[in-house]
Design a protein around this ligand. Sequence first.
Ligand code: F6P
Length: 550
Amino acid sequence: MNAETRGRLDHLPQWQALAEHRQELGDTHLRELFATDPGRAERYTLRVGDLHLDYSKHLITDETLRLLRELAEATGVARLRDAMFRGEKINNTEDRAVLHTALRAPRSAAVRVDGKDVVPDVHAVLTKMATFSDRVRSGQWTGHTGRPVRNVVNIGIGGSDLGPAMAYEVLRSYTARDLTFRFVSNVDGADLHEAVRDLDPAETLFIVASKTFTTIETITNASSAREWLLAGLGAGPEAVAKHFVALSTNAAKVAEFGIDTANMFEFWDWVGGRYSYDSAIGLSLMLAIGPDAFREMLAGFHEVDEHFRTAPAEQNAPLLLGLLGIWYNNFHDAQSHAVLPYSHYLSKFTAYLQQLDMESNGKSVDRQGEPVTWQTGPVVWGTPGTNGQHAYYQLLHQGTKVVPADLIGFARPVADLPERFAAHHDLLMANLFAQGQALAFGKTAEEVAAEGVSAELVPHRTFRGNHPTTTILAAELTPSVLGQLVALYEHKVFVQGAVWNIDSFDQWGVELGKVLAKRVEPALTEGTEVPGLDASTAALVARYRELRGR
Ligand code: F6P
């Protein structure tokens, strides 16, 4: 059965079987599941690369897992996965291959798109990036006035910002601490201003990252950055070549902007923006951590790619995580999914995953263009767990919503954390383990009453528990572990899109706003009438102009 012939997802017998199974399980509590199944904690763990996954605190039994795997089989997840790895054009609305996995394939691999092996091109760009990084990091690359680069400013948005910005934070302890890195994405001029206000233009390198090189926010910021640079240097356009490089698929637009295409690092239309930070889009990261650590990260990605491609369904971690998400999203009415890292360095990880997941699976028509009658991608949210505990965990523990969550932590603090700060680590991780425990098992009314709590306060101090979590644990946060984590989530998102029969690789939903913004802008600046503008927006535009004194 393929996507075209399989019929409506919610009519499949495997779907119906899961719905019935959900009824049968009812409110079965994790307390009961653990009490009646002593092998559960051991059985429901997986190892992928350096990642240890505990999924025993999920509202599942062996039967649930069996039925979920049957759904994956009936919906052709493995077939679509194999087609992706082979370079077939599975992004059907854009007629493109989906080959971020080729970005981390070893030199010895061969991956063909339209008959051409793309692996040599991938490695040629990596080598060019490495040479450039070495020159900048060693001070050999100098700016217009002959001074070495001390500051690197990445200008990009969405996939051309979130990945490198997130990974830079994650791998801070691996970065060249003598260089300053800034990431500018917002078209609000304040973003660029705050990024450059204390920098010396003579020592600043701008990386303009844009797959299309037409994204209005990025081109606007890049143009203003060029003005800032030339004004600061008191130089003409000849200074641009030493201070601007581009990461793009669009050489013509890069040249039009005035960046020498010799200083362009290429990638390809088979790399989706949100899957691109291990391509040339990662140049700022490579400058920060160096080519060797970047390659270690790629090896981590590749390890999980290989696991996803080859591991049997029972032990396939991205498959499992994807299916667990479907269990809650489609059979427990969960609307969201929380990702709660117990690591300060992962503070931008969830924001990165928001684009990865929500831009991929926020779809309401299937691959054939028919409206779906089942829920698709969840709202993904979260911040570092300990901070969340003092903010929104109240809702997780005692609210009315089903919020499956991932708790991510590391056994050791990063190597360069001074001992006096590293001593916090056990307390940090104790919080992770305590939260997983409290969410799963709660505290019964009897337990609360036994502590002598007055009868009227007992309901307020009772914790229902039964909130599902996955715990992801690794020894240490290394470049390789970061690659493994990101690939794990990439493939989880893939699995869900495959089951839901949606194209996870287009993003038409972002287009309308872009078109309307272009149409509205002259109304703000010139007062031009916008044909067909609705009454509410027209009144807001008029009020805006008044407040702007126009
Ligand atoms: O607006 C969404 C989007 O197209 C993302 O998918 C992409 O990552 C981002 O814009 C940036 O696009 P570009 O790299 O072409 O500037």
